[in-house]
Each structure stands twice: as C-alpha cells, then as structure tokens.
Design a binder for this molecule. Structure first.
Ligand code: PBG
Length: 328
C-alpha cells in the first residue's frame, strides 16, 4: 500500500483528541423542560405512556422548577390541564387559570428561570381541537380568525401573569402577528414569541395527548397542522412567522424533520428550536427497556444530532437528566 497522506483516524485515537476536535457540545443551557400542570391533581400523577413524566399540582410544579434551576437548566415550558373544559376554551385565558397561577407561583419561587407558556386551546376545549369549531353535518371546521382572537387573549393573560415567552402551538394562520399586536397593545413589549412555526400533523404526539388530556373527540388535526411531506411549505410557514414578529422559530417533531431544522436555521438565521416530542421520547424509552440500546447513550446521540442539525434550543422530556449527563 502507498503511504497515506490523509489519516482521519489520527484525530480519533484517544478520548482527549476526540474531545479537542468535537464540533457539537451539549450543555444544560440547550434544554427546555416541559411541565404539565393540572388543576385536578393532588400532588403528582404519573403519565402511563411517558415513563417518569408526571402531571403536577402547582406546588409540585414549583418544586420541579426550583430543581430544574439547581440542575443548571434555564427554562421550563408550561402546559395546563384545567378542571373543566367548554367549547369556548374560557379556562385558557382566565386570570386565575391553571397556567396563569403556575406562572405566578414559579416566577415568585424561581425568579431566574425563563418561563415559557404553550399557547393553545386544545387542552381547554371540550372537543379537544386547537380552535373554535363549527360542525355542519358530517364536516367540521376549525375557524381560523375566531381562534386567533382567543389565542391572542390567552397569550396576553400569560404575559400579564409573568411569562417571559409565549409559545403558540395551534398552527392557525396569522396568529403570530395578532399575538404580537395584542402583547404590544397591553404593554408587554418585552414578552417574546417562540413560534411553533413548522408543526407537522404527526403520529408522534400520541402520548402527549394523554399527558395533556387533549385528544380530539372527532376528526384529526390535518386541516391545521402541516403535511409531513412538505418542505417548501415549511419554509413558507417559517417566513410568515418571521415577518409577523416571531423571536424564535420552532420545528416539531424533531428527529424525523432534521432537514427542515437545517433549512430553517440556514435560511432565516433566527434562534431555532426543536421539540423532541412525546412519541419520540416513548420510542427511545421502549427501546431501552427492551435492551436494544442504553438509554443515556441513545439520548445523548439524538440530542447531539438535533443540535448539529441547527437547533439552538431543544424542548425535551429528558432535560433534567441531560443537565446532569452533560455536566461531566
Ligand atoms: C398542543 C400541543 C401538542 C404538543 C405540544 N403542544 C399536541 C398536538 O398538537 O396534538 C405535542 C407535544 C408532544 O407530543 O410532546 N397543541
């Protein structure tokens, strides 16, 4: 064999050399911890399809938030489960709604933590859709502009309670602009918007719908969430949200959509987030339980891939574990 000029393996020959040339490094600052706060839970309630993830009372959510901060995390994302639902989602924007109360409690107990709120109506609607619906015969419609008005009200109520960032996940048209306008009108110029700009109609939300008690009672979400087949449309969606004033663009789910993450990050140069969703979480948990791979190694590889693909921020149910795992 001719002498080789290039031997890429040279830089892989020891842990120290590999550490020196590693391009993507994870830290606790990369991760956002989702918390499910429920008005119906005494303390904590384990979610069957998401091992280790719980619905929390406000007091338990405060404990989690304080613990998150101690572990080195900087942000939590709140979801609310109200005591009762109706067909106008009134609990979503109630001054004393579950999320509004949780934001105030967490901000008081852990002022350094960035509190992000999910802005959507599905947990608050008796029918489980993300907006106001109208049925006509066999068909139902999720009404866009009527929904946007309620989302804007919800976002303002979260900001008034003290949320640093609001994260609309509904996929209605024009909601970022409407929310930005409503926040500004209410004097919340400094409340930012993480837009779920590109949210696909995915099977991987299954376990979440148990966690948030929000499965649609009829039909599906394909008339508002995106078709998984579309990439050009994903860029158009992101462009609209940039124009309308989104501060951060989020792509969801994560692993099956790394091409989208990369393109959105490259094209817009905005802080870009991914949501590693409940079904992706459950898959890895199941694989690890079956002995297919070790959980920690699998999670670190996946999170590294998300960051390498362009994600600046990662919403993940492993955020607490990752804070510890990435310290060493
Ligand atoms: C609510 C919402 C969903 C998720 C986040 N916000 C579910 C859905 O659209 O059905 C999914 C998160 C996850 O699966 O972890 N609109």
């Amino acid at each position: 064999m001719k002498p080789l000029v290039h031997r890429p393996r040279r830089l892989r020959s020891s842990a120290a050399l590999r550490n020196l040339v590693r391009e993507t490094k994870l830290t606790a600052h990369d991760f956002i911890l989702p918390l499910f706060v429920s008005e119906k839970v005494e303390t904590r309630h384990q979610i069957a399809s998401m091992p280790g993830v719980e619905q929390l009372s406000i007091a338990a959510a405060v404990e989690e938030a304080k613990q998150a901060l101690q572990l080195g995390l900087q942000a939590v994302l709140l979801f609310g489960i109200p005591a009762s639902k109706d067909d106008a989602a009134t609990a979503a924007f109630a001054e004393n709604g579950i999320v509004q109360q949780a934001v105030r409690a967490i901000k008081a107990a852990a002022p350094g933590l960035v509190v992000i709120t999910d802005v959507c109506l599905c947990e608050y609607m008796s029918h489980g859709h993300c907006g106001v619906t109208r049925r006509d015969g066999e068909h139902f419609h999720v009404l866009n502009d009527e929904t946007v008005a309620l989302l804007a009200k919800t976002a303002v109520s979260h900001a008034t309670a003290g949320a640093d960032l609001v994260a609309p996940s509904d996929m209605m048209d024009g909601r970022i602009g409407a929310i930005r306008h409503a926040l500004d009108e209410a004097g919340h110029h400094d409340t930012g918007i993480i837009s779920y700009a590109v949210k696909f109609a995915s099977v991987f939300y299954g376990p979440f719908r148990e966690a948030a008690e929000s499965p649609p009672q009829f039909g599906d979400r394909r008339s508002y969430q995106m078709d998984p087949a579309n990439a050009a449309e994903a860029l158009r969606e992101a462009a609209l949200d940039v124009e309308e004033g989104a501060d951060v663009l989020m792509i969801k789910p994560a692993t099956p959509y790394l091409d989208i993450v990369w393109r959105v990050r490259e094209r817009f140069g905005k802080p870009t987030a991914v949501y590693h969703v409940s079904g992706e979480f459950a898959m890895v948990k199941a694989g690890a339980e079956k002995g297919c791979f070790e959980e920690r190694a699998a999670v670190l590889e996946i999170m590294t891939s998300l960051k390498r693909a362009g994600a600046d921020l990662i919403v993940t149910y492993w955020a607490k574990e990752l804070a510890a795992w990435t310290r060493s």
